[in-house]
Design a protein around this ligand. Structure first.
Ligand code: SF4
Length: 384
């Protein structure tokens, strides 16, 4: 019998405090107010409903708890979700995003004992001045301690998020930070340039001209600094923003970038599964926790937005995600999935980008050379 392969994502929509640059679906909450058990019951019910609606039995690829700050959720709740998803099939990778303020050796061990295999730590920087600029709750010493304790717990793969482009950030500082994280034993690094989003505190300050910013050329120099350092350290740059020891890339994220289905569960979660005729349906649950809990209490799917994607839209999104990786976009896989030849209406545009050295055409696979990854979004848009 066929199976519906899908990565499973659980959104945990709370943080101790909102960071001024963040536009994720999350709200600040005092830990005592988190409805641990009610949210776990709701997520388990949503899992059952979403799995039942699939065309074939769910075959989970991986499980990822993101947010928000999933490490604020009770470990019994996380464990119950891991056990429930595992009943559909073995999980290759189970990741929990953690903030340094909510992880230590005991908590890391407790997560591992419940089936977690990987922690993704929101370190952002190892400089107090930059952490203060970002409005983070932890300091540099706290970030380093979190990494050490997560690794000391044993049996967990540890990834760190690093942000760059903060005002007055220097390349040597950033390079030293990423070296320090790798020396501690981090095997995966996600590096994001600070972006200013509308609707955030930083967005408001930037609009009023009151947010100190780093010039774009300096941001590009920081990116090159990371790129060179991670290469020297033996890491593979396997996606525009991600580096890993060989073979240690995130299975969960790779499955997104390869265009696999994903089941998003929880308030504010997004999911997308194939439907008929090469199309797919995407849902975005409303970010309204009381409404989410009430719907699932009635065993009804939560309110939110639904979007039907036709085959061509799926192919475009597949190019967008796949071409940002070192393995590239697998055109044959997309043709199989959607019944649409991704080249059909794009041959001339692809050829033009190949001529300019922006795209490598390997027949079944299209890739962007890594030297052009800084402008990958523009290149992919020109292939659309
Ligand atoms: S901790 Fe992470 S998810 Fe929460 S507000 Fe800060 S950046 Fe956003």
């Amino acid at each position: 019998m066929n199976a519906s392969r899908a990565a499973v994502y659980v959104h945990v929509p709370w943080c101790l405090q909102r960071c001024p640059y963040c536009d994720f679906a999350t709200e600040a909450i005092a830990p005592a107010r988190i409805p641990h058990e009610a949210y776990a019951r709701a997520v388990l019910t949503e899992l059952e409903l979403r799995a039942r609606a699939l065309a074939a039995p769910l075959e989970p690829i991986s499980l990822f708890f993101g947010g928000g700050t999933p490490s604020l959720w009770s470990h019994d709740a996380l464990g119950a979700v891991i056990a429930a998803v595992s009943r559909f099939g073995p999980l290759g990778e189970v990741t929990v995003e953690c903030n340094p303020t909510s992880i230590d050796r005991d908590r890391a061990s407790s997560l591992r004992d419940r089936g977690v295999t990987r922690l993704s730590l929101g370190i952002q920087s190892l400089r107090d001045v930059h952490l203060r600029y970002l409005g983070r709750l932890h300091d540099a010493a706290g970030g380093l301690k979190a990494v050490r304790e997560a690794i000391a717990a044993g049996g967990l793969r540890v990834s760190a998020d690093v942000m760059f482009g903060m005002a007055e950030q220097r390349r040597d500082e950033l390079v030293d930070d990423v070296r320090a994280l790798v020396n501690e034993g981090v095997e995966h690094l996600s590096c994001y340039a600070l972006t200013i989003e509308q609707g955030t505190r930083f967005g408001e300050l930037a609009r009023k001209g009151r947010l100190p910013r780093l010039p774009d050329d300096d941001v590009a120099a920081l990116y090159e600094g990371i790129e060179r350092t991670m290469g020297d350290l033996g890491f593979v740059h396997y996606e525009v923003s991600n580096y890993a020891r060989p073979g240690r890339g995130s299975e969960h994220n790779l499955s997104y970038w390869r265009g696999e289905a994903y089941l998003g569960l929880g308030a504010g979660a997004v999911g997308c599964v194939p439907t008929e005729g090469g199309a797919a349906r995407r849902w975005r649950n409303a970010h309204d926790v009381p409404g989410y809990l009430a719907s699932l209490e009635r065993a009804e799917l939560p309110a939110g937005e639904l979007e039907d994607l036709d085959a061509d839209t799926r192919v475009r999104e597949g190019l967008m995600l796949g071409m940002r990786t070192d393995e590239g976009c697998d055109l044959r896989a997309w043709a199989r999935r959607t019944g649409t030849d991704p080249r059909a209406s794009r041959a001339a545009r692809i050829a033009r980008q190949v001529e300019r050295g922006n795209v490598i055409d390997e027949g079944d696979v299209l890739r962007i050379p890594q030297a052009r990854w800084l402008v990958a979004d523009d290149i992919v848009a020109s292939v659309f």
